[in-house]
Design a protein around this ligand. Structure first.
Ligand code: HEM
Length: 499
């Protein structure tokens, strides 16, 4: 391959790019390290639906527009591809479910083996574990009156939840003051991918990438060992709790009969430990941030918990009650609209095709080309979301306000057959946690806090703290229903469960 060959060249087509391009390095000097999403949102502002950023010989093409994103989500014409930052993760998680290319047999095998772990009846089986895990977080908070570090505690919670539900493994997150070393090792692995994909296009980048690998080798060895331990212990114990790990170890694909080998099992364990908690932790943290900033929306959320759970602050929603927190669900959806915690995914056409036909961004796209859909930009496109697109307004997801909205413009869980396998798990967990937390506590954020984003492929709020004050029957508004009357916006007599 020629030294000067442009990667992801789009047959030489040129798209709008940020000002200040330089010879050779192109847009490289416009990028700040460690914040790829912030870079793209800053540099792409005003560049229109399709724009490019070039770092030496690597061209990145970004989609910021709802209509074009919807076009690229058409599964009959497009499929998932891996942008460099995700492809770099393959060193650690290989062809695990998230990082596999569509055509790789292990994707098909693992998908078939693991789908039963994400059905509605499987969710019913996880409910009790989720409840107990929240209980432990409350116990850790005890009678504390000082502020909590929201992202750190939501990360403890979601890591424990996925590790207990999927691997029947207790990470001890609530009993140790330090975060589990797995979290540090995982962040190191995610950062490695991000850093390496950032430096690889620059001259001498391969050498720097090797140094990044060396610096993270111990973390990665630790993660591999932890994953292998999980499988070894399970096989040795003879116990079969019927969890996701059992499926990985014992099941074969229902149609092909193929099984996963030990290397792939290790990669799937790491995939689920990472994908199964970071994003949900961020989603919970952003939702709590917005609730703390919108007292009226918060008050309605607490009215809803009072209506469904009654006056007892320790009341626990049943499995069937969780989908009935309709207002809370809209708050979560809206937080994921503004800050989708897996903020981008890449698409390529199945065959050479023309995109954005009839617009000034019409372009030819071949199967070798990929474009990155930048969700926080797509989710704020005024043509889809109206003039208040930048504002937090959960009511935009009310059925009457959603009618007539462009289709395929809300994609926090990705799209098509490669969309998030854990979506129902994440939603059930997040609503359960929010309902219990807001029913039990009044929350107050620091009014001087300005939202900052920590980027590690996924995004979470940085430095966001909340003060929690236990709610008592007296602190509830007079006239709050005794129990289970259902949220105010549901017409009487309609089925409360989302079908
Ligand atoms: C709010 C929480 C979550 C969000 C926002 C989220 C988002 C996403 C997105 C956008 C994708 C598609 C990525 C792409 O096209 O490249 C994805 C895939 C995936 N997610 Fe999630 N996710 C969440 C929670 C979870 C949970 C709880 C699990 C596991 C229990 C999980 C496991 C996965 C896996 C394994 C994939 C790859 C699926 C495949 O390609 O077959 N995610 N997720």
């Amino acid at each position: 391959m020629s030294l000067f060959k442009v990667k992801n060249s789009w047959s030489g087509q040129k798209f709008p790019h940020p000002p200040g391009r330089r010879p050779v390095a192109y847009d490289a000097f416009n990028l700040r390290t460690g914040t790829p999403l912030a870079n793209i949102m800053r540099l792409g502002a005003g560049l229109g639906p399709l724009f490019e950023v070039r770092v030496f010989q690597q061209k990145f093409v970004f989609v910021a527009d709802a209509a074009l994103a919807a076009e690229l989500c058409d599964e009959s014409r497009f499929h998932k591809n891996l942008p460099p930052a995700v492809a770099a993760l393959r060193e650690f998680v290989g062809d695990g479910l998230f990082t596999a290319y569509d055509h790789e047999p292990n994707w098909h095998t693992a998908h078939g083996i693991l789908m039963p772990a994400f059905t509605k009846s499987a969710m019913r089986g996880y409910h009790e574990t989720m409840v107990e895990t929240v209980d432990e977080m409350f116990a850790m908070w005890g009678d504390r009156t000082g502020p909590i570090d929201v992202t750190a505690d939501m990360t403890r919670l979601t890591l424990e939840t996925i590790s207990r539900c999927a691997f029947s493994r207790d990470f001890g997150s609530f009993t140790s003051p330090e975060r589990h070393p797995f979290v540090d090792a995982m962040i190191a692995a995610l950062m490695t991918g991000m850093q390496k994909s950032a430096v690889e296009p620059i001259p001498g980048g391969k050498r720097i990438a090797r140094r990044i690998d060396e610096a993270n080798a111990a973390h990665l060895a630790y993660v591999d060992e932890l994953d292998d331990d999980l499988s070894r212990e399970r096989r040795a114990s003879g116990a079969r709790p019927g969890d996701l790990l059992d499926r990985l170890l014992d099941e074969s694909h229902p149609q092909t009969g193929r099984r996963l080998d030990d290397t792939n099992i290790r990669q799937q364990i790491l995939t689920f430990l990472v994908a199964g908690h970071e994003t949900t932790s961020g989603a919970l943290s952003f939702t709590l941030y917005y609730l703390s900033r919108h007292p009226d929306v918060l008050a309605r959320a607490q009215e809803e918990t009072d209506a469904l759970l009654g006056p007892d602050p320790d009341a626990v929603p049943t499995f069937e009650q969780v989908p009935r927190f309709r207002h809370l669900r809209r708050c979560l959806d809206e937080a994921l609209r503004l800050w989708p915690t897996a903020p981008a995914f890449a698409r390529s056409p199945r065959e050479t095709t023309r995109i954005a036909v009839g617009t000034d961004r019409e372009a030819v796209m071949t199967p070798d080309d990929w474009a990155i859909i930048v969700l926080p930009m797509v989710h704020r496109d005024r043509r889809a979301w109206g003039p208040t697109a930048d504002e937090f307004d959960p009511d935009r997801f009310l059925p009457e306000n959603s009618r007539g909205r462009m289709k395929n413009v809300y994609k926090p869980f990705g799209t098509g057959e490669r969309s998030c396998i854990g979506r129902q798990f994440a939603l059930h967990e997040a609503i359960l946690v929010l309902a219990r937390l807001l029913h039990r506590y009044d929350i107050a954020g620091d009014p001087d806090y300005e939202l900052q984003i920590d980027e590690r492929l996924t995004i979470v709020p940085k430095g966001f703290r909340l003060t929690l004050t236990p709610r008592t029957p007296n602190s509830r508004p007079a006239g709050a229903p005794a129990s289970d009357e259902g949220p105010a916006d549901r017409p009487a007599g309609t089925c409360p469960v989302a079908h």
